[in-house]
Design a protein around this ligand. Structure first.
Ligand code: DC
Length: 229
């Protein structure tokens, strides 16, 4: 055991709408850990580009302005917050406009490089100062924090994902399914840090389970990793 005790990092990656967010928050709450939604950071940058008339399909235009927005992520799992240049954008980042633009913006290497730096700072602070952090995204176990002692790759059937997401947002199930699948194709196919099952990640297909059952399974994995540390 090292002389300096550090908190645990739980890396939860997976497809859009697989139940990652509810699972990550539930696990963090249950174990008293911090929580970081990296998707919200990509969404905030995307919202900034949309509201500053940057052509989100033009990677060079996006890269040229990527250092301008100020993004601050709150890491309380009971009340996650995200601010952009000081304003709360929790609602705006879930809009259809952001859903349609976030995958191309996230594929721009300069966007990823900027957020990678900030994500690593938040994680390092959380494990130095406290019991640890649950981090959800697409590349947490593969790129952001490959040394995480617990890594999950969370998936669910497309129909189950669309039904859950449409129930949350009140949207149409078929349109939601098309939007989720379109994002998956871009997120998995991009050149920089695509969605992959990281080395050592446990694959969890949430389709047949309730949220509580999924949280129970992840909490058990964290407890077992902590016992081995
Ligand atoms: O988790 P989410 O659906 O809110 O993420 C929105 C988008 O952000 C997702 O389609 C791809 C991108 N993203 C990413 O590229 N890397 C991450 N670590 C998290 C999200």
């Amino acid at each position: 055991m090292s002389a300096v005790q550090q908190g645990v990092v739980v890396a939860i990656d997976g497809t859009s709408g697989s139940g990652k967010s509810s699972t990550s928050r539930g696990v963090a709450e249950r174990l008293g850990l911090r929580y970081l939604d990296t998707g919200a950071m990509f969404r905030a940058i995307t919202w900034w580009m949309l509201t500053h008339e940057v052509d989100v399909r033009d990677a060079e235009a996006v890269a040229a302005r990527v250092e301008e927005p100020q993004v601050v992520s709150g890491t309380d799992p009971t009340r996650p917050t995200i601010t952009l240049d000081g304003a709360d954008v929790g609602v705006e980042i879930r809009s259809d406009a952001v859903n349609a633009a976030v995958s191309p913006v996230s594929a721009v290497p300069a966007v990823r490089a900027r957020l990678l730096r900030e994500q690593r700072e938040i994680i390092a602070e959380a494990i130095a100062d406290g019991p640890g952090i649950v981090v959800e995204g697409r590349d947490i176990g593969s790129v952001v924090w490959p040394e995480a002692p617990v890594k999950l790759y969370v998936t669910a059937d497309a129909s189950a994902r669309a039904a859950r997401r449409a129930a949350e947002t009140g949207g149409d199930t078929e349109a939601t399914r098309a939007s989720l699948e379109a994002r998956d194709v871009i997120d998995s196919g991009r050149a920089t840090a695509p969605l992959v099952r990281a080395d050592g990640a446990v694959h969890l297909d949430t389709t047949p389970y309730t949220l509580t059952e999924v949280i129970d399974q992840v909490v058990a994995l964290v407890e077992s990793a902590k016992a081995k540390a």
